[in-house]
Design a binder for this molecule. Structure first.
Ligand code: GAR
Length: 214
């Protein structure tokens, strides 16, 4: 499956997907990385891996729809059949979401539907949560919403700061995103009533979808 990755920043999740795709049996390859920011660190990560990049700045387009149309063109030109958003921090237009419906994943650093949006770890600490985590989900028009493919739970430890907690969640993200993309690219997921059903799902088969595995 040919995948385009959308980024806005450092690109550590992009790197985890690139590394996963390097395995000969991985059922996806990254054909283009699109960033809305010219200085996104992830662009260097992509270039170092020999992957085509495109910078499409939202500031160059008067409307969200026109910006999204430019992104769509870059993805289509590169032959992308599927999108992974990896730290892409723009809200997408309804038209773009519909065009890529059921063909776009996003990763978010919380156990959705809790803590959508920004400053997730601050809010998790503020709320006194004992557990947090990360989620990979299909993209829908509402931000950080959509059918959930996989989640990983991460404990909140006494003395955690935003830095220590986000680092621990990020480690889980780097395992979870390749796992979720593999399932989807293998054609093992289908969406029924806006929930993801995974082929041959049993209690045991579900175990690898939880990190740490149990
Ligand atoms: C990741 O923590 C990702 O979950 C988050 O941005 C970070 C990007 O880091 N995404 C969101 O908050 C989306 N709502 P990265 O650039 O190192 O992959």
């Amino acid at each position: 499956m040919k995948v385009g990755v959308l980024i806005s920043g450092r690109g550590s999740n992009l790197k985890s997907l690139i590394d996963a795709c390097a395995a000969p049996d991985f059922p996806a390859e990254i054909v283009v990385v699109v960033s809305n920011k010219a200085d996104a660190g992830g662009l260097e990560v992509a270039r170092a891996a020999g992957i085509a990049t495109a910078v499409i700045s939202h500031k160059d387009y008067p409307t969200r729809e026109e910006f999204d149309a430019a992104m769509d063109a870059a993805l289509q030109d590169a032959g992308a059949e599927f999108i992974c958003s990896a730290g892409f921090m723009r809200i997408l237009s309804d038209g773009f979401v519909e065009t890529w419906r059921d063909r776009q994943l996003n990763i978010h650093p919380s156990l959705l539907p809790a803590f959508k949006g920004l400053k997730v770890h601050e809010r998790v600490l503020e709320a006194g949560c004992r557990v947090t985590g990360c989620t990979v989900h299909f993209v829908r028009a509402a931000m950080d919403e959509g059918p959930i493919v996989a989640q990983a739970d991460v404990p909140v430890l006494p003395g955690d700061t935003v830095e220590t907690l986000s680092a621990r969640v990020l480690e889980a993200e780097h395992k979870l995103y390749p796992l979720a993309l593999r399932l989807v690219a293998q054609g093992r997921t289908k969406i029924v009533d806006e929930r993801v059903v995974i082929e041959h799902e049993t209690a045991e088969a579900q175990a690898p979808l939880m990190m740490p595995p149990r």
